[in-house]
Write a protein of this length. Structure first.
Length: 144
């Protein structure tokens, strides 16, 4: 029994993955989606493999990876097993950079929480000049 491959239009993919149609077209133009098929009328059709590629692109973009580096990763994938080491090293490095980014964001969130609480109390008191408030909140929210 032959398996039917489900395909999706660019509009469906845009909605499904929350990626603008213009971005999808741009990815295709710069070669990030070399496996996307087209109909006889030159309309892009996306299958499950394309969806997984797009999810990986968005994941890598979220880490701050430039599109050229993302393209390099997919080129390594196309080359095959001889690039496993490069791909592994890429993800080890990316994991470390992402951990550092998360730590910076946690520190930023701590500072934002400090300011939210400071201004909530200042609003209640009608002034930012509340004795000991900054110190008390700094001990509670700020580790540095």
């Amino acid at each position: 029994m032959k398996k039917t491959i489900t395909t999706h239009s660019i509009g469906e993919i845009s909605k499904l993955l929350d990626i603008s149609i213009s971005t999808l077209r741009y990815y295709d133009k710069i070669g990030l989606l070399p496996l996307v098929n087209r109909t006889e009328g030159n309309i892009r059709v996306f299958d499950d493999t394309d969806i997984e590629c797009l999810k990986m692109i968005e994941c890598l973009k979220t880490t701050g990876m430039p599109l050229n580096d993302i393209k390099q990763f997919f080129e390594w994938c196309e080359v095959g097993d001889s690039t496993i080491e490069q791909r592994y090293e890429l993800f080890v490095q990316l994991k470390e950079e992402t951990k550092q980014q998360i730590e910076r964001l946690k520190n930023a969130l701590d500072r934002i929480n400090y300011k939210c609480e400071f201004y909530r109390i200042a609003k209640e008191k009608g002034t930012t000049n509340v004795p000991g408030l900054r110190e008390e909140l700094a001990m509670k929210f700020l580790s540095e």
